[in-house]
Write a protein that binds this ligand. Structure first.
Ligand code: SAM
Length: 335
């Protein structure tokens, strides 16, 4: 493993990079963005494939060992397979995973696996077609299910499925989602809804909490907490003695910042040391500065990445009285 220089003021060593490939998306999930969202990043600000890979190369040299591609919808990036291949060719090669809505996986799962992708997380909040269309504002449930099956055929395992439950919309589906996940060998994780949407629909009072989800699941399943979570965002439980598992990512009600090892680069080249950060550090200007030689460019990129990590706060502060959501919505940060 490369020497770790991405260490923050609390001793947390950063090994995990979330790289957003685009802020564009082919769904309009209600908890993520309004139907008529118009705050897209200007195309000219989006990093090119070479710029994305250059930034990742520097991060890998600083100790990043896992790169998760995200967005927006990362599979909308026209060169996503090449981006994966380029990142897989870095030395030392990081593990590569991808978070997607799955719609483009039927055609891309195998090329992505061949290029070096290890795993995918697919977001799916309901198994009911009408609910799916209501939540995402697009009638694409069948495409997502086909995408999951394609990922499994391509050997992208474990196949993780992420679900957000919303009060009065799909909050009765925890049990049926888990049953379906077990039957289809998906590893299911529930994500608490976070105050990161462009439309400002999140409300603490109505958020479906980890406690509620666990209570709902415990009516049908015997859950045994798994120890040794490490820096993973999900608390995991064995279901009915295993081997099936279920996870809960409870960023709001059970924050896990103390073990956070994640760093983010947005599609327009801004480093964020926390999903909820209100400040960012600019890589794009350095990547595009034609006066810099290659070595000097990499040194400057490394200094920005290290500085961002060093400035990381102890926690995201969601539960502090003065918490303010970041200006960027989740889709423009990279979830
Ligand atoms: N388009 C890809 C996808 O659908 O997975 C990647 C980007 S999406 C922003 C990443 C994850 O963030 C998805 O699992 C989505 O459900 C989740 N997400 C988006 N907004 C959220 C919010 N306000 N609270 C919790 N999770 C959210």
């Amino acid at each position: 493993m490369t020497a770790a220089s991405l260490v923050d003021g609390f001793g947390r060593v950063h090994r995990d990079l979330r790289l957003s490939l685009t802020d564009r998306c082919n769904l309009r999930c209600a908890y993520c963005m309004p139907e008529d969202f118009a705050g897209w990043t200007p195309s000219g600000h989006l990093l090119s494939r070479a710029e994305l890979v250059r930034a990742v190369g520097v991060a890998v040299g600083l100790g990043i060992s896992h790169v998760r591609l995200t967005g927006g919808e990362p599979l909308l990036h026209p060169e996503v397979v090449d981006v994966v291949r380029d990142i897989a060719a870095l030395a030392p090669a990081p593990r590569i995973s991808l978070t997607t809505n799955g719609i483009r996986l039927p055609s891309l799962a195998q090329p992505l696996a061949d290029a070096g992708l290890g795993r995918v997380n697919v977001s799916l909040d309901t198994l009911d077609r009408e609910r799916f269309a209501r939540i995402t504002r697009r009638d694409r449930l069948d495409d997502v299910l086909s995408g999951i099956a394609a990922a499994q055929r391509a050997g992208l395992r474990p196949l993780k499925v992420n679900a957000v439950l919303m009060r009065g919309v799909n909050d009765d589906e925890a049990g049926s989602l888990l049953r379906h996940a077990i039957e289809h060998s998906w590893r299911l994780r529930f994500i608490e809804q976070m105050p990161l949407d462009a439309g400002g629909v999140w409300a603490r009072a109505t958020m479906v909490t980890a406690d509620e989800i666990l209570e709902q699941l415990s009516r049908e399943f015997h859950l045994t907490p798994l120890p040794d979570r490490g820096s993973a965002p999900a608390e995991e439980f064995l279901v009915d003695g295993g081997p099936a598992r279920v996870g809960i990512i409870a960023s709001v009600s059970r924050p896990f910042c103390g073990d956070c090892d994640r760093l983010r680069i947005t599609a327009d080249g801004q480093v964020r040391n926390c999903l909820f950060a209100r400040t960012e550090s600019d890589l794009r200007t350095i990547l595009r500065d034609a006066t810099l030689g290659e070595d000097e460019r990499d040194l400057q990129l490394a200094a920005v990445l290290e500085g961002s990590v060093l400035a990381k706060e102890a926690g995201h502060g969601i539960n502090e009285p003065l918490f303010i959501s970041p200006a960027r919505p989740m889709s423009a940060i990279g979830g």
